[in-house]
Ligand binder design. Structure first.
Ligand code: ZN
Length: 129
């Protein structure tokens, strides 16, 4: 360690960092959506969520019940994405659940660690890290 704390990232690590940031942003959007969906959950069994894949251009919507979303959110490495291979970046994540309406991906390695740290529900914990 002679570089004074400067960390050199490889290409794949850079992709992981970028993907983690994007997905954490989408997750923050969905945190707001969760509040809105909660207000309407008496009328609508399914909520409209934004796809949480690593593509910043993606505007896909996914139909997930609030209960299903909360289940996914219990693990900070997991994200809800639209049900197609185009929404999965195989080198940084893998599909852990497939339904007709949505897939659940789990980040691995560095991307998983990062998304766990950026989890808006764990901000208090990450602040001291
Ligand atoms: Zn997507």
């Amino acid at each position: 360690m002679e570089e004074g704390g400067v960390i050199e990232l490889s290409d794949i690590e850079e992709r992981q960092v970028r993907g983690a940031r994007t997905q954490s942003l989408f997750r923050e959007v969905n945190e707001r959506v969760a509040e809105i969906n909660h207000a309407f959950s008496d009328f609508l069994p399914l909520g409209d969520w934004v796809c949480e894949c690593a593509d910043p251009q993606c505007t896909e919507r996914v139909q997930v019940t609030r209960e299903e979303y909360e289940k996914v959110r219990t693990d900070p490495r997991r994200f809800v994405v639209a049900p197609a291979d185009a929404h999965v970046v195989e080198e940084i994540e893998h599909v852990v659940d497939r339904t007709e309406r949505y897939w659940v991906v789990e980040k691995s390695g560095l991307a998983g660690d990062l998304t766990a740290k950026i989890d808006p529900r764990r901000v208090g914990l990450a602040a001291n890290a």
